[in-house]
Design a protein around this ligand. Structure first.
Ligand SMILES: *Cc1c(COP(=O)(O)O)cnc(C)c1O
Length: 393
């Protein structure tokens, strides 16, 4: 099909829930994508932080084929090897005790919320079920994770009533959290770098103070690393750079390099809270996704992580060297970066970039967002940055 045929069929047959860019993507190689007609795009999105190894990664594709031809799926009522190998690798890399696998970020967070509520119920009984999250946070699109999300734009009346028991406090404001945290609070859930909210890293001192406050009240600290995790920020999880030890941490997006997978890891204190029958997911930890994730873990080496940090610094330096007044200082960690713009509409800039062969995202109201494949080359970075510069000048 041609790009135009695909676009018109989409309009005809697909619920129009996405404000799509005017780009049809057919295939990719490295961090470069092509339309059916061969139009080239540099990818600064990774399909929203998912394709950590870029496109056409042979070992990753071979791992998927080898598993698919052997066993593509079996109920979680049975044991499988990719599942336990991935669980072992993730606990070894994080020091967490055990894991639950889901398919997506929202589903991972939902599970983590259930875990927190059950922990509190077991220990303190009913009435201690509130979860505090931060203003500008994003935790997903289900009715519960929308309630957790601290942005009014995600709370239009037509979806009410959302799940009860969520309160939002401003980020980096310990006093506000101290006031909000009461006898009915069972957990605090945070992103370390707020992604959808604008690529806003939390202050390290604040995060460590939140950890201490939570510990002092036996309130669980839940970290949502759905976007920041699996190498995106230059360490396996961003929590390593913050030196924070949550009670549970969720992941998804980049974990399987492009196949659906999510999950959450729990520490010693929480590892046995969820019992048979408490939680489940038909596709969670699917063997093919698990095999793909194992290959992602193989390739997210300390060397690659160091390169992620270097490439992020390179983007920071390059955009600064342009000296464009509308372009603010780049914020974020590793290859999760936001470029604040003044006097420009990020969505319009991103649309012009797409027309000119660069896929780039937006975040919050004022910023462009970059989440390129962790494996992007400097040639591809230069090519993408040159397009961005030409649009911004
Ligand atoms: C994307 C995202 C989610 C939701 O993930 P889905 O896979 O789309 O459900 C949750 N939390 C954060 C921080 C995210 O970036």
């Amino acid at each position: 099909m041609t790009s135009n045929e695909i676009k018109s069929k989409d309009l005809q047959h697909v619920m129009q829930t996405y404000g799509r860019f005017d780009a049809v993507i057919d295939r990719g190689e490295g961090a470069t994508l092509y339309s059916p007609e061969g139009k080239q795009y540099i990818d600064f999105t990774s399909g929203l932080g998912v394709n950590s190894l870029g496109y056409g990664n042979k070992k990753w594709a071979e791992a998927i084929y080898a598993q698919a031809i052997k066993l593509q799926h079996i109920s979680n009522l049975y044991y499988t090897e990719p599942y336990v190998r991935l669980a072992e690798a993730l606990t070894a890399r994080t020091g967490m005790k055990n894991v639950f696998f889901s398919n997506s970020g929202a589903e991972a967070n939902e599970g983590m919320i259930k875990l927190a509520r059950k922990y509190s119920y077991n220990k303190y009984g009913t009435g201690r079920s509130d979860i505090i999250t931060l203003v500008q946070s994003f935790h997903g699109r289900t009715v519960t994770t929308l309630a957790a999300t601290g942005q009014d734009s995600f709370h239009p009346n037509h979806f009410f009533p959302l799940t009860e028991g969520f309160r939002h406090v401003p980020a980096n404001d310990l006093a506000a959290l101290e006031v909000a945290l009461g006898d009915n609070t069972c957990a605090v859930m945070i992103e370390l770098v707020q992604g959808e909210g604008g690529v806003l890293p939390l202050d390290k001192d604040y995060v460590l103070a939140v950890e201490k406050l939570c510990q002092s009240k036996d309130v669980l600290l839940l970290i949502d690393e759905v976007q920041t995790g699996v190498g995106r920020c230059g360490s396996f999880f961003a929590m390593e750079q913050y030196g924070v030890n949550p009670d549970a941490v969720s992941f998804a997006k980049g974990i399987a390099g492009g196949l659906p997978m999510g999950g959450f890891l729990a520490n010693e204190k929480l590892h046995a809270v969820l019992q048979p029958g408490d939680h489940a997911s038909t596709f969670g930890g699917n063997p093919v996704s698990a095999a793909a994730a194992l290959e992602v873990l193989n390739q997210v080496t300390p060397k690659l992580l160091a390169e992620v940090t270097e490439k992020g610094d390179y983007i920071r330096k390059t955009t600064k060297s342009w000296g464009i007044p509308a372009v603010g200082e780049v914020r974020g960690l590793g290859l999760m970066l936001g470029i604040p713009l003044t006097g420009l509409v990020p969505k319009e800039i991103a649309q012009q970039c797409a027309q000119n062969g660069l896929l780039i995202l937006t975040a919050g109201a004022d910023a462009l967002r970059m989440l390129p494949p962790l494996t992007i080359t400097y040639e591809e970075l230069d090519a993408g940055l040159a397009i961005l510069k030409s649009i911004l000048t």
